[in-house]
Design a protein around this ligand. Structure first.
Ligand code: BJW
Ligand code: ZN
Length: 238
């Protein structure tokens, strides 16, 4: 095995596309059908929590019907082989990496199956696909409004996740690898991670259906479907 000091993976919606979970941008993306400012901002939630919740309930139901695909499973093999030398940083809220079996996962944009009370901060895991009349769900402790524990535009990322992600990438150097899978690289601060790794001397490997802003400085670029490319890439790497 060609062991790097560290292998870090950054994933985005494209890795779950072949599980049937819609991406955000592009032809079939969610932002073609829905406006982010109506559904994925704190202002939208304050204006119409039932509308925002019904969108998240629909997305929960899609993800619950989905299963991890060969790309997710390839990342499980990497973690099993590398242990602490492996870290998976994901922008995805779909929980599919954990369902596949990865445990060393940093969730930058939260998790669609976690809810947070807007009054007292209580958090709970829930796979509930609430019927319309049960929306919005209320906090069991204080009756405050529960919200999906995800990161909307204009909101800060969870500080501990941000610290882990940037700490890891800023600590990378020559011989280390950042594998970037299925992200358009449009959303910051996550999109700053690949250039940070590159500037530290790490190898950047991109696996994406379409060109990305990272291709210009990446050491390896694979255009295609993650589920087709990753199993072979991982087998060659290990
Ligand atoms: C395949 C494939 C297959 C398909 N195989 N590939 C101007 C400049 C810079 C920044 C800003 C700016 N104006 C505003 C900002 C900041 C803003 C931002 O970045 N905006 C840009 C869009 C302009 N960022 C924020 O607001 C962030 N917060 C922040 O900055 O806080 C600052 C702050 C500090 C202190 C106090 C207060 C504030 C938060 C961003 C939150 C993003 N949230 C979302 C929704 C999460 C919840 C939910 O899911 O509902 O996160 S938006 C959405 O985009 C989601 C994703 O995680 C994120 C990234 O998308 P991703 O994963 O890249 O998906 P796609 O669809 O874009 O790309 C998929 C790719 O896969 C494509 O390239 C396909 O080709 C490919 N693909 N099938 C391989 N089979
Ligand atoms: Zn509460």
């Amino acid at each position: 095995m060609k062991t790097p000091v560290k292998l870090t993976v950054l994933t985005g919606a494209g890795i779950s596309a072949e599980s049937g979970v819609p991406t955000f941008r592009g032809e079939e993306g969610l932002w073609r059908r829905f406006r982010p400012e109506d559904l994925a901002t704190p202002e939208a939630f304050a204006r119409d929590p039932v509308l925002v919740w019904s969108w998240y309930v629909w997305r929960r139901s899609l993800v619950l019907q989905a299963s991890p695909n060969p790309a997710h499973l390839a990342l499980v093999r990497l973690e099993q082989a590398l242990g602490e030398d492996f870290l998976l940083i994901t922008q995805n809220v779909d929980n599919l990496h954990r369902r596949a079996g990865n445990t060393r996962v940093v969730e930058l944009h939260g998790n669609i199956f976690r809810e947070r009370c807007t009054s007292c901060g209580l958090k709970r895991f829930s796979e509930e696909c609430y019927p319309e009349e049960a929306l919005p769900p209320r906090c069991p402790a204080c009756r405050g409004l529960m919200r999906p524990d995800v990161v909307w535009f204009g909101e800060a990322l969870p500080p501990e996740a941000l610290r882990q992600a940037f700490g890891r990438v800023e600590g990378m150097g020559k011989g280390d690898v950042l594998l970037v899978v299925g992200t358009s690289g449009q959303v910051y601060p996550a999109a700053a991670l690949p250039l940070t790794a590159h500037r530290r001397g790490a190898q950047v490997v991109v696996v994406n259906l379409e060109p990305t802003p990272f291709d210009s400085f990446a050491d390896e670029v694979h255009h295609g479907r993650a589920a087709s490319i990753l199993p072979g890439w991982v087998a060659a790497f290990l």
